[in-house]
Design a protein around this ligand. Structure first.
Ligand code: CP
Ligand code: NVA
Length: 308
């Protein structure tokens, strides 16, 4: 490869115009797929997927997506490869990127995907780190756009832990010009440095989650204990007890508001069954759209822009 590869390590690695292009491609690719039309722009190309944390949706959507685009996908984890036995990330990147066309990594610190990308000959995609989950937000915003059109000027209420999902919503808000109302307990406020959104005017912190939800177009939350933070589980169950998304919260939101959750969910903790299984929930659409949005992302990163 002559040109430096493009990576998707955090949401703002793509420009607004590029994200809009990926959304348009996702729609085109999804429509064709629904009509059972073959589309193989990645024929003969290989995706390597490296998982240091568990996954259902991310593995399934990348693996199925790559096959559907005509390519193949290889799954590696730290247990069965040299990655868990101390081979430097930089060496692994050199080797893996000489045998593949694109790499997806799910791991702990963001610095790990950055070090890999700095030594990779091919595009690297963040499949979730402690800091960010950009592929999920790509699918979530695509889900909103499909149903409602542009997200510009809308309000997203983020209730609960200011984790990788929250950080990525905050970056997306800056790039696509919408607002995020964050409500999290004391001690769990947004960390601007970690979210890489210094000086952002696109979010507001609320002490009371009902105030954050009032008038919002999307109400969203996530587990109180993310992967890698299990030791804090007991304290987190206590700290987040007042930050559950329930029917009363949905009722103060915009009357057309949707509920989003990246899944997996814990009913009775961050969300009630009434909400996640209720009429305003779009969680299954979000999950399905991981497939379509990531196929568009893979196409963009591996072959660039195409007409169609
Ligand atoms: N939402 C999401 O990334 O799910 P998995 O952990 O199952 O991949
Ligand atoms: N915040 C969650 C998302 C899981 C898809 C975690 O990191 O575990």
């Amino acid at each position: 490869m002559n040109q430096a590869p493009r990576h998707f390590l955090q949401f703002k690695d793509l420009s607004r115009e590029e994200i809009d292009y990926v959304f348009a491609r996702a729609k085109w690719i999804k429509d064709r797929f629904k009509r059972y039309e073959t589309y193989h722009p990645l024929f003969d190309r290989t995706l390597v997927m490296i998982f240091e944390k568990a996954s259902t949706r991310t593995r399934l959507s990348f693996e199925a997506g790559m096959f559907q685009l005509g390519g193949s996908a290889i799954y590696l984890n730290t247990r069965d490869s040299q990655l868990g036995r101390g081979e430097p990330v930089e060496d692994a990147a050199q080797v893996i990127s000489r045998m593949s066309d694109v790499v997806m990594i799910r791991t702990f610190e963001q610095t790990i995907v950055e070090r890999f990308a700095a030594n990779s000959r091919v595009p690297v995609i963040n499949g979730l780190t402690n800091e960010f989950h950009p592929c999920q937000i790509l699918a979530d915003i695509f889900t909103w756009i499909e149903r409602n059109g542009s997200i510009q000027g809308k309000t997203v209420a983020w209730i609960g832990d200011t984790n990788n999902m929250c950080n990525t919503w905050l970056q997306a808000a800056e790039l696509l010009d919408f607002k995020v109302h964050v409500s999290s307990p004391k001690g769990y406020e947004v960390d601007q440095a970690k979210a890489n959104i210094a000086g952002s005017a696109h979010y507001e912190q609320f002490a009371d989650p009902m105030d954050a939800a009032r008038g919002a177009h999307i109400i969203t939350t996530d587990v109180w204990t993310s992967m890698g933070f299990e030791a804090e589980n007991e304290a987190r169950l206590r700290d987040f007890a007042d930050y559950q998304v329930d029917g009363d919260m949905m009722r103060v939101a915009d009357k057309e508001a949707v509920f989003m959750h990246c899944l997996p969910a814990h009913r009775g903790e961050e969300v009630t069954s009434e909400v996640i299984d209720g009429p305003q929930s779009v969680v299954w659409e979000e999950a399905e759209n991981r497939l379509h949005a990531q196929k568009a992302l893979l196409e963009f990163l591996v072959v660039g822009r195409v007409q169609g």
